[in-house]
Structure formats: structure tokens, C-alpha cells
Design a binder for this molecule. Structure first.
Ligand code: ASP
Length: 599
């Protein structure tokens, strides 16, 4: 499990004009040193009227200071203490604390700033209400866990920058106030004061800007970019987030994956002290077939198995779908009936007609060793029963779950159940990175029945698959790739289309007319008329990477000022109303939202 208080890297002493030492650096070897330490008053223990022990805290840790004159200091006051480092008396050494061998004695206390009592204790990692933590984020940030998380994130950023720089990439900043980008998420719009009725879009990513940089001859671009998406928030999603965004010319998907792997592995090593093994590759089709998702969590097994052939002539009516997939839940026979019913409901929500389950028990007769306990058991033939047990590798006490449906639904449903039943907490187990490659070019259809791009409309199909565009577009594979870590999609990228003939064929398939394409991304298409090199790129979410490396389930824990699930910033009260004068300046009149009583 992650130790959320372990320091990130060695702590160096950094004296300033106001202090000689940071609190967390003092050790037995400093015995006798005259020091001046500064920080916040943490825990305090009074012994009689004239003796107090104060834990003085800064971002590097705490140091015990023994005060034997009467001073009035309270929790979270900011103070400086001058004194002498001495070894703690026998029996009072605290091995759980890096500075636990020593204390500062003969202290003179200078109060630098008084403080009101804090709304929650900084030193206890009691799970204070998150709303209160966010309302007083500046106090929450003093906590060791938040200090560690944000410092870990800073290391991740520094390692990424160093890796990209070393690989010849040039950091270029791109605009935040820009035109809409065709990446599928809802965008934030910013009204123009100078052009009433006109709006900028805040970029979902610098996608088009970076492709234009390739036309501009930059060859290798990267940026730790802020991206904004007006989408429902959840544990791994915020309105604004940071990506390592990169693009490279005259390169293939293997080149891109190598550059990004280097940056990710460097970042992981900087954050954890250990370099993960080289990142493996898996095709999208394989990920779906074996794990039921394009974001496989490889920390555990429970792989899906295919039983279509064995059940081709089955009498079981519930198994009349075109594909039968199953998985084994180790020890799952202990799940209660109501839990199994709940899994059945979850399967239905995932799109399946139903879920079949089989508890694996010891057989009573001498001939067989295992039996199945399930309402469906009596409809199974002996060969089907054996196939279920053998293919899933189930043992006594396990549970077999099976879904019969289309291949896609059978896989994705079991994939959802596999994650729900098997995924360890984020901070547990190894970090398993995997590249998922060969995504389909299209995924689903729009209201008009046109195929929709699985990545974005500028993604290059495999040239070998181009003839399929007019016949079976859903069979066309794209040169798109995702990076996945422990079941989280870290990021995605693709080789881009740089040839106009292929781009128009893709627009045709997507049902985008020449006029519409010209209107939405004419500036990109026109740039492509002036010598666009073949190029490819990628972007991955730094918030997600930092959260996994920090062992945090929620990306809010690695963001200094996150928004709540409902999009509110509890610290500042944003979003808030604008005064009428500001609205008038922007040429905007607001209307009450539906359901708001008019006055
Ligand atoms: N712009 C894409 C994204 O943000 C990544 C890429 O294709 O480079 O997902």
C-alpha cells in the first residue's frame, strides 16, 4: 500500500534570512547546533505551567521544541524558534519520526503571526469532510499528504519536461482563447467584449494548434497543456486538467509510443524511485476479448474466456446470443444471492440481456470432483459443464459468470463485472502500463446514421484497410493508440491524416460535407494545402498519472484547487453571478434557468 506520508526524494536544507534550518532536516549529527526554525504550531503538550512541548511544522516535517518559559502560542500560529539541538533523553526517542532522535531546547519563541483556531486539525489525517477541506484548501494543503501529493506531481512534471527536452522536443505554448476543436467534448465558451455575440472556445486540447506547428516546421513539439472540457465530473475527471501534449513529424506510431514511454517511465521513476519495466503492447481487439475493455487493469487475472464453440448447439435458452463469454471469480461462490442479483442488474445496465452464474462446489458422486450450483445447471449437457469448468479454470469455491450476447456486449459486460469484482484499490499492487493499439476507426453512429470517429476525424486509418471504408467502415482499423495504467486511460493519440484525398474520404464516411468541414476546421485544411509533413502525436493526463503514482483514488487529491462533483469551487465560490454592468459590457442578457421561479 502507498505510504501517503513518505517524503518525495531526499530533503535538502534551504536556509533563508529568517531561518537556519528546515524543521524536517535536523538529526543526531546536528547535536549542539544553534538553530532558528520557522513554521506552524502543530501538536502542543503542556507539562505544568512553565514547560511545553511544541511540534513545529513546515513542509519538510516536524521538530519537537521544548519551551521552558511561559509563552502563549496556539495551534497554527506562525512562529520562529531559536534554540540548540540536543538529543532526546533516553526512552523519549520517537523512531516513527525522521527528527525523532533530537529536539530543540533553550528556546526563544518569536510569534510571526497569530491564527484563528483552524476548522480541522492539520496533523491528523482524520477524513474531515471534503467540503470543509476544499473550503479551507490553504489549510488542507499544509497537511503532509497534500504536500506529498503536489510535490510528487511537481517531480512528475519536471521528469516529463526533462525527458521531452532530452528527446529533442521544443516546448511551445498555445492559446487558451481559441476556436472550437473537433474532439467531441462539450466546450467552455468565453464571450468576447469587443465583438458582442461572438465567443472564444477554451481548448479541449491543443490538437489543431499542435498539428499546425508541424506544418510550421517545428518537427517535435510538446507542452504541459491546460485542457478544458465541460463534462460531468467524476473521480478521474475535472473541468480543467493538464496533459503532456506532444506531436512529431516524419514519425510513425512506434516512434510516438517510444518517446512517450520514455517520459512516462522517467516520471514514474522520479515519483516512486523505481523504474517500471518496458511498456507492453496489446491490440484493442485482444483487450476487448480478454479483459472486456479498452482500459485493461493488468494487476489481476480473471480473464474472459470464449465458450461460443462449446455451446454452439446448447439447449440453454439464455445462451442463444451469438457469443458466450465467461470469467471465473476466485472465491466468488461465497457471494450472497442478493449480491448476485445486484451483479445481474449491473450486467443489464451494461447492455446485456442477463447474467448467468454458477457456484463451483464439490461434487457428491465419486466420478466428478466439481459440481455447479446454478438455476441453469440442469439444462447443461455434461460436455458443456466440463467446458465451463475447464476453460475458466474454476476451482471449488469459485464463481463462474457468463454472458451470451453479441461479442461486443458479452465482452464489455463481463469487463465491467471483472473490474467491479477484481480491481484492487489504486494504491495497491504494481503499476501495470500497457499500450492499446489498432483501435477501430469508427465507434457508433450519430443521429443521422453516420459512423462516428473513435478518436477524432484527423486520425489516419491503416492504409491496408482503406478499401473497407466504402464497404464495412466499422472494420477499418485506425493508427490510434491509448496508454492505460491499472485500468485508467492515461491518454490517447494517433497518426494524423496529412493527405487531402484521404481526409475527404473520411469526412465523406462521417457525413461531413465539404462546406461543413470548411466552416469547422477550414483553417487546418487550408494549412494542409501548404506542405503538411506526415505527423503523429499523443497526449496523456498528468492528473491521472500523478493520482495513481500517489496512490490516490480521486484526482482531486493531486490538484491544488479542484472543483467539486457539481463543478463548484468552494474556496472562491465560483461560478458566480456577474454584475449587470459587466454583463452589459459583454452584450449578454441572462435568462432564468428552467425551474427557477420568476420574481
Ligand atoms: N488531443 C488528443 C486528446 O486530448 C490527443 C492526441 O490525439 O494527441 O485526447
Amino acid at each position: 500500500m502507498t505510504d501517503h506520508t513518505a517524503p518525495i526524494g531526499p530533503i535538502e536544507n534551504r536556509p533563508t534570512a529568517l531561518r537556519t534550518h528546515l524543521c524536517g532536516v535536523l538529526r543526531g549529527s546536528d547535536e549542539g547546533a544553534k538553530v532558528r526554525v520557522c513554521g506552524w504550531v502543530g501538536r502542543r503538550r503542556e507539562h505544568g505551567e512553565h514547560l511545553a512541548f511544541i511540534d513545529l511544522r513546515d513542509h519538510t516535517g516536524v521538530i519537537q521544541c521544548v519551551i521552558d518559559t511561559k509563552v502563549d502560542v496556539r495551534s497554527e500560529w506562525v512562529i520562529a524558534i531559536e534554540g540548540t539541538v540536543r538529543r532526546r533523553p533516553e526512552g523519549t526517542v520517537n523512531p516513527g519520526l525522521d527528527t525523532g532522535e533530537v529536539e530543540v531546547g533553550d528556546c526563544t519563541v518569536v510569534v510571526l503571526n497569530e491564527a484563528e483556531p483552524p476548522p480541522f486539525s492539520v496533523d491528523d489525517r482524520d477524513e474531515s469532510d471534503e467540503q470543509v477541506r476544499l473550503r479551507y484548501r490553504y489549510i488542507d494543503l499544509r497537511r503532509p499528504r497534500m504536500q506529498r501529493n503536489l510535490r510528487l506531481r511537481a517531480r512528475v512534471n519536471a521528469a516529463i519536461r526533462a525527458a521531452m527536452d532530452r528527446q529533442g522536443f521544443c516546448e511551445v505554448e498555445t492559446p487558451l482563447l481559441w476556436a472550437p476543436t473537433p474532439e467531441g467534448s462539450r466546450e467552455f465558451s468565453v464571450p468576447s467584449r469587443l465583438h458582442h455575440g461572438s465567443f472564444y472556445a477554451l481548448p479541449q486540447s491543443p490538437q489543431l494548434a499542435k498539428q499546425l506547428l508541424m506544418v510550421g516546421g517545428f518537427d517535435r513539439y510538446y507542452q504541459i497543456a491546460r485542457c478544458l472540457r465541460d463534462e460531468d465530473l467524476r473521480a478521474d475527471r475535472q473541468f480543467e486538467f493538464s496533459q503532456l501534449d506532444m506531436e512529431v513529424s516524419f514519425a510513425t506510431q512506434d516512434d510516438v509510443m517510444a518517446y512517450v514511454s520514455e517520459a512516462v517511465l522517467d516520471a514514474a521513476e522520479a515519483a516512486t524511485g523505481e523504474r517500471p519495466p518496458p511498456i507492453t503492447h496489446m491490440t484493442w481487439a485482444d483487450a476487448l476479448d480478454r479483459f472486456g475493455t479498452d482500459k485493461p487493469d493488468l494487476r489481476f487475472g480473471m480473464e474472459l474466456v470464449d465458450l461460443a464453440a462449446e455451446f454452439e448447439k446448447t439447449e440453454v435458452r439464455a445462451f442463444s446470443g451469438s457469443h458466450l463469454k465467461a470469467l471465473c471469480v476466485p472465491g466468488g461462490a461465497a457471494l450472497t444471492r442478493s449480491r448476485l442479483d445486484a451483479l445481474g442488474e449491473q450486467a443489464k445496465r451494461a447492455g446485456a440481456a442477463g447474467l448467468a452464474w454458477f457456484r463451483v462446489t464439490a461434487a457428491e458422486g465419486a466420478s466428478a470432483t466439481l459440481a455447479l450450483d446454478s438455476p441453469l445447471d440442469r439444462f447443461l449437457s455434461d460436455t458443456e459443464r466440463v467446458a465451463l469448468l475447464e476453460k475458466t479454470g474454476a476451482k471449488e469455491g469459485d464463481l463462474i459468470l457468463a454472458v451470451s450476447d453479441t461479442h461486443r456486449i458479452a465482452c464489455t459486460t463481463l469487463g465491467t463485472l471483472r473490474a467491479a469484482l477484481g480491481s484492487p484499490p489504486v494504491g495497491q499492487g504494481p503499476h501495470c502500463y500497457v499500450w492499446v493499439v489498432d483501435f477501430p476507426m469508427f465507434d457508433g453512429v450519430d443521429a443521422g446514421g453516420n459512423p462516428q470517429p473513435a478518436h477524432h476525424p484527423f486520425t489516419m486509418p491503416y492504409e491496408d484497410d482503406l478499401p473497407l471504408l466504402d464497404t464495412v467502415p466499422f472494420a477499418v482499423r485506425s493508427q490510434a493508440y491509448d496508454l492505460v495504467l491499472n485500468g485508467w486511460e492515461l491518454g490517447s493519440g494517433s497518426v494524423r491524416i496529412h493527405r487531402r484525398d484521404i481526409q475527404s474520404r473520411i469526412f465523406d464516411t462521417l457525413g461531413i460535407s465539404t462546406e461543413e468541414a470548411e466552416k469547422r476546421f477550414g483553417f487546418l485544411l487550408s494549412a494542409f494545402r501548404y506542405g503538411a509533413p506526415p505527423h503523429a502525436g499523443f497526449a496523456f493526463g498528468i492528473d491521472r498519472l500523478a493520482a495513481v503514482l500517489a496512490g490516490e483514488e480521486n484526482i482531486r487529491e493531486v490538484i491544488a484547487y479542484p472543483k467539486t462533483q457539481s463543478g463548484a469551487d468552494l474556496l472562491t465560490g465560483a461560478p458566480g453571478a456577474l454584475p449587470a454592468s459587466a454583463l452589459a459590457e459583454l452584450g449578454i442578457r441572462t435568462v432564468p434557468s428552467p425551474g427557477t421561479a420568476s420574481t
